[in-house]
Design a protein around this ligand. Sequence first.
Ligand code: PLP
Length: 414
Amino acid sequence: MHTSLLCANCGQVHDHHQLQNLCTACQRPLVARYDLAGLRGRFRPEVVRQRADRSLWRFWEVLPVDSPDQAVSLGEGGTPLLPCLPRGPFTRFPRLSIKDESFNPTASFKARGMAAAVTRAKALGVSTIALPSAGNAAGAAAYYAARAGMRCILFMPQDTPPANIIESVVAGAEVYLVNGLISDCGKLVRQGCQRFGWFDLSTLKEPFRLEGKKTMGYELPFDLEALRPGGGFRLPDYIFYPAGGGTGLVGMWKAFDEMQQLGWIGSERPRMVLVQAEGCAPIVKAFREQTRHAELFPNAATVASGLRVPVAVGDFLMLEAVRASGGTALTVTDAELMEGVGEIARHQGIYACPEGGAVWKAACHLHATGWLPADAEIVLFNTGSGLKYNHLSEPEGLPVLDHTAADVLDRVRG
Ligand SMILES: Cc1ncc(COP(=O)(O)O)c(C=O)c1O
């Protein structure tokens, strides 16, 4: 169980027995701290390996529970790290793998964060959660709220992928569509929370979604030792992450620091590569301009709805992690990321989300410029399933066969 909640910006300590959102002093994210020195020696990789539970709760000592049975869980985490086979454009990378987060409940990595946040909210007596979502977070929140017996209020941009809207409604969430972006939805949530007393579950404005998502980082050395027998318990050389609010990237960076304090790893870190879409790239712009914070990105537009986040409260945390790791930040166009989806599907048999397509194309770019060595140990995050984005890939002109015609197979390629 965590021992305190600390502001990531000004360091002010907040009462961890109470519901908290942003730092009351500077309005920046709070992060959970644990007694890692006390856990060192008794919470070890061997202990985790022996656990029957494959879900993220096998790391419960560094999550907001006193025991795993307190978790509101749908079996999240424990996703496969799939090695990319040497086919087509993947041939040039002998040690490239995809952490396939589409295996999570509600088919995206958002399940990890929601499991932890809803678990903590339930423990502190919350009855109604509210959040803005550009897509997958909505579906995940709706199902974890249903599991916890909570009311769930969602504000989503009007043009959010239909699958995310439908799954949320089916789970009983109260969905409001907004003629604006996720940042506009966020303002409505804030006002609604003040007026009606809902609990604001916006990413990084609530401390525990980060805790759930950090488990992607905890899983990586276990995944890699299984994938490359004899290679040891270690982190990859490069991690490619599609960033919107940045919770997953910041969470993994926190996990690596915790693992070092636990004595699991040394000071080595992967280079963190942050990928955004050309049409919405506030963090990439700030990275290039070497500023601490990012400005609101005007006219944000991309089909990768998870990346359509024009302003992020944790901008400085993403930028710090990318810079400290010796990583980089870059954009890909919508055409490229959708091409990436097709390539991953045809060559690897994985139906990735557009955000997953983006990181693959970013790796190709960085290899072409000479920045990314082809033989490095590279992990790409496919953060969700392509099934949620079927509306982007509807085939046209498929032949319809008349099965009663004698010559029906003449139209088929043998
Ligand atoms: C599929 C997908 N990938 C990436 C992201 C961005 O995630 P993060 O907020 O951790 O940057 C989202 C967020 O909505 C998403 O749904």
